[in-house]
Design a protein around this ligand. Structure first.
Ligand code: ATP
Ligand code: MG
Length: 191
């Protein structure tokens, strides 16, 4: 239900964007289109919050892989391509899946807001002693050191904190012009 709302709103944004590109030169028309665009972007953010609050029930309905697949489908409506690679064979314990979902969600939201990426790769793998998640974009990248100084890092900090609270680890690499990748490992006993 909520995902459908997000998809519709993203489609509307694309429609407005293409109307702009087809373009009348009227400054008034541009101004109102920009306003509509901003409003819709705020609504998408709001809907994402709702989805976030509902995450445990979303997860119990279809599991982590299906939630990730659904979110990547919604992402594709923004014009990005996205791919999930997974060889998930063992079930992931629910608390671990919940943390991975939150981290995944923040990572793709960051990629959408900040990266201008054209492609996102998501890798979910069960390893000997736990699970690994990577989210890799081919966007603009950023300077970790500068962002740290500017006092940002709310989302990135929370990703690290969540992983560490589960006894796991979080790593981020970013290179200007090349993109950003985050990698999370959360341990649990497999098998
Ligand atoms: N995938 C990305 N591509 C490019 N820049 C990024 C990416 N992820 C993060 N950044 C940069 O790092 C900064 C910090 O990200 P972080 O998620 O911590 O905060 P935020 O997204 O700005 O705010 P919020 O607290 O709402 O998450 C961002 O403002 C952005 O400049
Ligand atoms: Mg963020």
């Amino acid at each position: 239900m909520h995902d459908r709302v997000i998809q519709l709103l993203i489609s509307s944004c694309r429609l407005i964007e293409s109307t702009k590109q087809a373009g009348t030169d009227s400054p008034q028309m541009n101004k109102s289109l920009n306003e509509i665009n901003d409003t819709i972007l705020k609504t998408i953010a709001e809907c994402r919050l709702i989805t976030k609050q509902l995450y445990p029930s979303v997860l119990s309905e279809g599991g982590l892989v299906s939630v990730i697949t659904e979110e990547l489908s919604a992402l594709k409506l923004t014009g990005m391509s996205a791919e999930l690679t997974t060889d998930k064979t063992a079930p992931i314990p629910k608390p671990v899946a919940e943390v991975l979902y939150r981290i995944f969600h923040e990572a793709i939201w960051n990629a959408q807001r900040h990266s201008k990426a054209s492609h996102i790769d998501v890798i979910l793998k069960i390893v000997e002693n736990g699970v690994r998640l990577a989210v890799i974009d081919d966007g603009c990248g950023f300077n970790l050191y500068k962002s740290l100084q500017s006092g940002k890092f709310g989302g990135l900090k929370s990703m690290r904190r969540r992983a560490e609270l589960m006894g796991g680890s979080f790593n981020i690499e970013s290179e200007i012009g090349k993109g950003t990748s985050i990698e999370v490992f959360i341990p649990f006993s497999v098998g």
